[in-house]
Design a protein around this ligand. Structure first.
Ligand code: URA
Length: 240
């Protein structure tokens, strides 16, 4: 007899999505077990025996876990498929990585820098779940000169979409030609958070690059290239 797991865990184990994203897929009616559509959560399936399909495609549970860091260029979307046919982060890894991996969290189309990819849904959950508060460090080029008052607002928290951001570390690195280069570290991952934070103080972001997540550094990884994470980097999130 194979391992008995909840359906959302099976989907995460198959490497197509995180467990939370899998719950959404189930709710949307995209998942079937042994030919029957399942929309309630928590249904149990047996690995190696039950036939689980997503959008009609059979999901297999592979045991080889892959963890990579990619330097995403601007102009790529962080999804597996794009409805508008734009280049995706998958295009940058699929020639060399044959296992199905998916992006952990998101970077905006026009944002560049570090994005993690894996086929381990539980690990992805730990990296992105707000409870684990993984720190994310960015360099941002801002329009205009950021005042000390605005810098302090960013540090204390600003209201975006009606909710205050949690305290952030932020330093001014350079002011030149009417632009400000800042380093900012946040522990949340709200939609377009860094852009919205600086917009809220009147200094829109002109360019944004993520340079680290937890203990994983972008370092000198060339744009558009990827590398495997070290066991120390993987373990950092695993043990959270
Ligand atoms: N904050 C943003 O505004 N964009 C990103 O891509 C990441 C964080």
């Amino acid at each position: 007899m194979g391992e008995i797991v909840r359906l959302q865990k099976y989907i995460a184990m198959s490497g197509v999505a995180s467990r939370r994203a899998a719950e959404q897929m189930i709710a949307e009616g995209r998942v079937s077990v042994n030919g029957k559509k399942v929309t309630e959560q928590g249904v149990k399936v047996e690995v190696g025996n039950d036939k689980v399909e997503l959008d009609g495609n059979l999901l297999k549970v592979s045991s080889k876990k892959i963890y990579i860091a990619l330097n995403k260029p601007a102009g790529y979307v962080t999804t597996v498929n794009d409805q508008f046919g734009r280049p995706t982060v998958m295009d940058l890894v699929s020639k060399e990585i044959h296992e199905r991996v998916f992006p952990v969290g998101r970077l905006d189309y026009e944002t560049e820098g570090l994005i993690l990819m894996t086929n381990d849904g539980d690990w992805a959950n730990k990296v992105t779940h707000p409870r684990f508060e993984s720190s994310k460090r960015y360099y941002a080029v801002l329009k205009g000169v950021l005042t000390i008052a605005s810098l302090n607002k960013i540090r204390r928290g600003v209201y975006i979409d009606g909710k205050k951001t949690s305290p952030a570390q932020c330093e001014i690195m350079e002011i030149e030609s009417g632009m400000t280069l800042v380093e900012i570290v946040i522990h949340e991952g709200r939609n377009r958070q860094v852009r919205k934070m600086f917009e809220a103080v009147g200094n829109p972001v002109k360019a944004l690059r993520r340079v680290s997540i937890g203990n994983v550094e972008l370092g000198n990884l060339p744009e558009g290239r990827w590398r495997y994470l070290t066991s120390g980097e993987i373990g950092y999130f695993m043990n959270k």
